[in-house]
Design a protein around this ligand. Structure first.
Ligand code: NAI
Ligand code: BGC
Length: 261
């Protein structure tokens, strides 16, 4: 638990399921006021809100498409109207799908970039505007991936979006450091969420993934949420511009395990 988080206001995008839901629940345990964004799954967002409240926090759910300025502005407006402030903004929403790059349509490229990268830009910019206006030491967390570092054939649009998040986060961290605004990213490895449900339901694909993880297990969403809580808290007060990998060692070149190479 991070006592300085208590009663702070946080926006979590893509909070109806998966990592966003786990992060919202963790912030509930930290007694925070949580704005849970959803795109289409109102019931999932509502369930998350109930869990946040049961854990000791406060929560509202807000429908918005993070790839639009209107959607992002609605999230900020609702945070301010309901809770009167904004302290932390988590750009978590994201999507992926698989296409050979020579067959990837421009429309699909743009769809993934719009949600995963433009959504992060819009969320960051809106939070920055509020923090700058209020001269506030705000905190922004972007959901990147091990694929900001590891190339991922047939997921070129997804990997490009995450590589973009990495340098965007570093650049904005440098730009706003003197104003005491911190911005960091999290780089999850293979985590047990709906995004991976089909893949992990297939025993062979599951084993293939586990073989790429030195800790030899899939990650739990709560392990990513714990990283988000730490980055949001003052316990990480001297940390800005990093991607905190939460990946069981996936980025450590596991093929070299045992002295191979
Ligand atoms: P998920 O599919 O369970 O959840 C994604 C969330 O994003 C959903 O709530 C969805 O509604 C929301 N979303 C998608 N498009 C949206 C839009 N236009 N506007 C608002 N919300 C939208 O996936 P998961 O695993 O929870 O992923 C969350 C983030 O973590 C993503 O950015 C993903 O790339 C990243 N990530 C996930 C990993 C994993 O193994 N689960 C590993 C590395 C990164
Ligand atoms: C993807 C997951 C994948 C993981 C490890 C994440 O960015 O969203 O589907 O399992 O990377 O490859």
């Amino acid at each position: 638990m991070f006592s300085d988080l208590s009663h702070k206001v946080v926006v979590v995008t893509g909070g109806s399921k998966g990592l966003g839901s786990a992060i919202a629940r963790r912030f509930g345990k930290e007694n925070m006021k949580v704005v849970i964004n959803y795109h289409t799954d109102a019931a999932g967002a509502q369930q998350t809100a109930e869990q946040v409240i049961a854990a000791g926090g406060q929560a509202i759910t807000v429908q918005a498409d993070v790839s639009t300025e209107d959607g992002i502005h609605t999230l900020c407006d609702m945070a301010l109207q309901t809770f009167g402030d904004l302290d932390v903004w988590v750009n978590n929403a994201g999507m992926e799908n698989q296409h050979a790059t020579h067959q990837l349509t421009l429309a699909e490229w743009q769809r993934v970039i719009n949600v995963n990268l433009t959504g992060v830009f819009l969320g960051t910019q809106t939070a920055l505007n509020y923090f700058v206006k209020k001269n506030k030491a705000g905190n922004i967390i972007n959901m990147s991936s091990v694929h900001e570092q590891i190339p991922w054939p047939t997921f070129a649009h997804y990997a490009a979006s995450k590589g973009g998040i990495k340098l965007f986060t570093q650049t904005v961290a440098m730009e706003y450091a003197a104003r005491h605004i911190r911005i960091n990213a999290i780089g999850p490895g293979a985590i047990n969420t709906p995004i991976n449900a089909v893949k992990f339901a297939d025993p062979q694909q599951l084993q293939t993934t586990i073989a790429m993880i030195p800790m030899q297990r899939i990650g739990d969403p709560d392990e990513v949420a714990a990283a988000a809580a730490w980055l949001a808290s003052s316990e990480s007060s001297y940390v800005t511009g990093v991607t905190l990998m939460v990946d069981g060692g996936m980025t450590l070149y596991p093929a070299f395990q045992g002295g191979n190479g």
